[in-house]
Design a protein around this ligand. Structure first.
Ligand code: HEM
Length: 498
């Protein structure tokens, strides 16, 4: 059994770390890193090459910039590294979730929820994805200006809650989304990062985050209590799998409420924010590249001919797939991952001690001219297999890799393809020429300014296409009737005044 050995995490020798920018007393390299982490990382790669050491306060972190190193950490030797204890800050709310547990615990608990992400199960999510997207499209009218970022967040949040937890938050999505924004969309301040100065007050970002977490905790514990209290009624969702799962370290012990809570929070947060962001960036890129938009819409017209997509259509939407891959290359929703070495190791001729903190970054690798031809150019055709591999293994990893590869990857890919296809088949979202998205690198890589677009009809949209309200799948109504705990949860949301 692999357990995390605390003693081995103590460095066994004084580490000689790779060179990097000179750290300031106390602050280390925090100021330039915090001011513009994306440019700073690229500067580090240009200046120091394959690896560089940066000090966040007094804590050294080694950034690795070669695809082989990414593969070593994520795919080849993942057991030498753990996820825990690498995050900056103390956001311990989801510490027992899948993202931040390690060793045997991680292996067993991941296996327990894996059935929710098997192909057949993921395929079964397609009808809800299509039905909810159709509902959104019935609200959107030609000529409207819509907030794509917000609408994608609400849509993906609704989809993930329904598919994984069998609950429809239809009318509460804006408030639920706002709570997630407070939780995930704020940056730590310098005092916060360096000195653990945490003022729990509504005017600080820490206070807002804490407040949002309190609301979310209450919601999740209520959902859990109600499911535990339910008699009869079969569910085949992630929650029912979690209720049956074993801890993995404690033999025959099922998960505690805190563990299940952390899993739920992780799944909802990781399962909507990333896909929503990927879609948002994709609409932005399409708005700026009319030639790509035209090819995409032509494929949609040829494959779908104006009708809503089905699961069987998805493999035929190859250009749609390339567009999404290329969008996640330029704007990877998860832009860096950190690890903590649990034993000594050697990489690229450098010896590292146990306890070293390491970081790999999609942002840097996906845009590195060392591995990509014209990396700054948005060109979906680079994903055409006829053109060979666009980059070496390890240079593209939007979903991570190895045993910790994103468990939701097949879900996200299906969802993103269906949603993108349905929207672009119907509309041409026009983004004002002076719109600058900016980039907000928080836990995910968000557009700093929400993407607003004016909806023009897609040139291939068929006025008499099958988009009438009667086409709406009956699923949402059925969900409302079936959910014993739903009214209570909605009351709770209302009562919380999120
Ligand atoms: C475009 C969408 C998505 C992207 C780019 C993405 C990206 C990632 C990445 C890079 C990791 C690896 C993190 C690491 O190695 O430390 C990850 C892990 C994870 N993702 Fe996703 N994700 C997406 C969608 C989803 C969805 C839809 C779900 C759930 C329904 C999900 C749930 C998770 C979970 C639970 C983990 C932790 C897996 C583990 O450690 O075993 N993600 N994701």
């Amino acid at each position: 059994m692999t357990t995390v050995n605390q003693e081995r995490s103590v460095p066994t020798a004084t580490p000689v770390l790779p060179p990097g920018p000179r750290p300031w007393p106390v602050l280390g390299n925090l100021l330039p890193f915090q001011r513009d982490p994306l440019s700073y990382l690229q500067y580090l790669q240009r200046t120091y090459g394959d690896m560089a050491t940066v000090h966040i306060g007094r804590m050294p972190m080694v950034f690795l910039f070669r695809p082989e190193y990414v593969r070593y950490i994520l795919v080849e030797q993942p057991r030498k590294f753990r996820n825990r204890d690498v995050a900056l800050g103390d956001d311990t709310t989801a510490r027992e979730g899948l993202l931040t547990i390690d060793g045997e615990k991680h292996r067993q608990q991941r296996r327990a929820v894996q059935p929710a992400f098997h192909k057949k199960q993921v395929d079964s999510y397609a009808s809800d994805i299509v039905a909810y997207t159709q509902e959104l499209l019935l609200r959107w009218q030609v000529g409207d200006t819509v907030n794509i970022t917000q609408d994608m967040q609400a849509l993906t949040l609704r989809i993930v809650c329904k598919c994984l937890f069998d609950i429809d938050f239809a009318s509460q999505l804006d408030t639920l989304g706002a709570t997630f924004n407070d939780m995930l969309g704020t940056q730590n301040g310098i005092l916060d990062t360096l000195f653990n100065v945490r003022i729990d007050n509504p005017i600080t970002s820490y206070g807002r985050r804490k407040n949002a977490m309190r609301k979310m905790n209450m919601l999740i514990y209520t959902l859990l209590a109600q499911r535990r209290a339910e008699t009869g009624g079969e569910h085949h969702d992630v929650l029912s799998m979690l209720l049956e799962a074993e801890d993995g370290e404690q033999p025959n012990q099922t998960l505690s409420d805190k563990q299940i809570h952390d899993h739920i929070l992780t799944f909802i947060a990781a399962g909507h924010e990333t896909t929503a962001i990927a879609l948002s960036w994709t609409f932005y890129l399409l708005a700026r590249h009319p030639e790509v938009r035209a090819k995409l819409q032509s494929e949609l017209h040829t494959v779908l001919g104006g009708r809503p997509p089905t699961l069987e259509d998805v493999p035929k939407l190859t250009y749609t797939d390339w567009v999404l891959s290329e969008s996640m290359r330029l704007y990877p929703p998860a832009w860096l991952q950190a690890r903590f070495a649990t034993e000594d190791f050697e990489l690229g001729g450098t010896s590292f001690s146990a306890g070293t903190r390491l970081v790999v970054s999609q942002w840097v690798l996906h845009r590195s001219p060392d591995y990509w031809e014209q990396p700054e150019v948005f060109r979906p055709e680079r994903w055409d297999p006829a053109n060979g591999d666009p980059a070496p293994p390890g240079a593209y990893f939007p979903f991570g890799g190895g045993p910790r590869i994103c468990i939701g990857m097949p879900f996200a890919q299906l969802e993103a393809r269906l949603v993108l296809a349905m929207i672009m088949q119907r509309f041409d979202p026009q983004v004002p020429a002076d719109y600058e998205p900016g980039i907000l690198p928080v836990i995910t890589l968000r557009p700093r300014n929400p993407l607003r677009a004016r909806l023009l009809p897609a040139p291939t949209a068929n006025a008499s296409s099958n988009w009438e309200p009667h086409m709406l799948a009956p699923a949402p109504l059925a969900i409302q009737e079936n959910r014993g705990c739903r009214p209570a949860l909605l009351n709770l949301l209302g009562g919380l005044r999120l």
